[in-house]
Ligand binder design. Structure first.
Ligand SMILES: Cc1ncc(COP(=O)(O)O)c(C=O)c1O
Length: 402
């Protein structure tokens, strides 16, 4: 259980020959970004270069996009939730999303036509906070269900946005089923960040919302004269985020897309296991999914995203919790001269895996498989800050690793 497992993807397909990604085109990503820009809190999150870490690890360049700055919410998730809610409301108004803005949705005329809507979701915390925030901003309600073991600070953060929120005694996937049932019984709208058969519109919009951060990253790199990253590591829970980012980059860059590796905790590695099964279908992981990486503790892949990750990713990694803990410490206490980054458990696992691959003999085979060398420009995305402050300190200050 404690080893790092790597699987390369021999079935990788060229762009256009695999899963459908037209919904993640540049045009769609720009529409999503335009919607985000209509919120006064919008600003691109920083892209920080770590030149001294790159030197130490013998790799070309390393960039970390720091999503802890996103809309003041400490995680990237609001990009998906707010866009999906925006698109849902646009549909209810019978208007095109490209013409919809925060101001339009808050206009008295739109408010009267929409009435007050209740949005619901199941979440480890970050997505729920995002749904609660977006509902509150737009004058609607939110009811949030959290899986057992969720951090009380995360619960408090959701409630602070006016939502009704509870920690259930269910695992993540069962909490999703509860939220779905409650939505059906009460006429609420479920804004879930994963797709399943028959529930695909909202998760598609969520993935489009996430493409904003990929678009920003590409623009930020290009502003520094770098055409594209050569290597990308994406952490995955249900895989919506990884699918949104990889789908956009595949649509934009085709065969020049970065060599992309999907990283998951070994207690909830549903994408890894689906790839391992080799039958092209998504597979589930059950049980408590008890990993430090709360945001990645999901056992059932998003069915739309899975196809993108199956067809366009170069490899998959399943790893123990200590990798995330190492990543948090590496970013918090960087090589002298590099800027520190506050990155939470789910945010930092890709930094932990990169260091493992490049600095340890056991990582050699993965390094070779990914062709990760002095020429590489690596992009990591720290998807959250210290969303569980107590756990963050236990790990970074006191050395906790699992
Ligand atoms: C901080 C963080 N990173 C990554 C993810 C993974 O996103 P997904 O479930 O779409 O794979 C999540 C999901 O909640 C998260 O909270």
């Amino acid at each position: 259980m404690d080893e790092i497992k790597f699987l390369s993807n021999p079935r990788r397909k060229p762009a256009g020959k695999g899963a459908e990604i037209s919904f993640l085109s540049r045009r769609e990503a720009e529409t999503a970004r335009a919607y985000h820009k209509s919120f006064s809190q919008y600003a691109p999150t920083p892209l920080t270069e770590l030149p001294n870490l790159a030197r130490k690890l013998n790799v070309g360049r390393i960039f970390v996009k720091d999503e802890s700055h996103r809309f003041g919410l400490n995680a990237f998730k609001v990009l998906g939730a707010s866009y999906a809610i925006g698109r849902y409301l646009a549909e209810r108004l019978g208007e095109d999303i490209s013409k919809i803005s925060f101001e339009r949705l808050c206009s008295p005329e739109a408010r009267e036509r929409l009435g007050q809507i209740t949005f619901t979701t199941a979440t480890d915390g970050n997505h729920g906070r995002a749904v609660a925030w977006a509902a509150q901003q737009l004058g609607h309600k939110a009811v949030i269900y959290m899986p057992k073991g969720s951090d009380p600070t995360r619960l408090a953060n959701i409630r602070a946005h006016g939502a009704e929120a509870t920690i259930t005694d269910l695992n993540y996937d069962d909490a999703v089923r509860l939220s779905y049932r409650m939505a059906q019984e009460n006429g609420w709208i479920i804004v879930q960040d994963t797709a399943w058969e028959g529930y695909e519109d909202i998760p598609t919009w969520i993935m489009q919302g996430y493409a904003t951060l990929a678009l920003e990253s590409l623009e930020q790199l290009r502003a520094q004269g770098i055409d594209r990253p050569t290597h990308l590591f994406l952490q995955a829970g249900v895989g919506s985020y990884a699918g949104g980012v990889l789908g956009f980059l595949t649509s934009e860059l085709g065969e020049d897309r970065p060599v992309t590796t999907i990283v998951e905790p070994n207690k909830a590695d549903c994408i890894f296991r689906s790839a391992q099964a080799g039958d092209g279908k998504p597979h589930k992981v059950g049980g408590d999914l008890d990993t430090l990486m709360a945001g990645l503790a999901c056992g059932e892949p998003n069915t739309i995203s899975w196809r993108i990750l199956r067809d366009y990713a170069h490899g998959y990694i399943s790893c123990p919790d200590w990798v995330a803990a190492n990543g948090m410490r590496i970013l918090a206490a960087p090589v002298r001269g590099d800027a520190p980054i506050v990155s939470g458990e789910s945010g930092a696992v890709t930094a932990g895996i990169l260091e493992f691959i490049l600095a340890h003999p056991e990582g050699e085979a993965i390094r070779k498989a990914l062709d990760l060398n002095e020429e590489a420009t690596v992009l990591l995305i720290s998807t959250e800050g210290d969303t569980s402050p107590k756990t963050y300190r236990e790990i970074v200050w006191y050395g906790r690793s699992s």
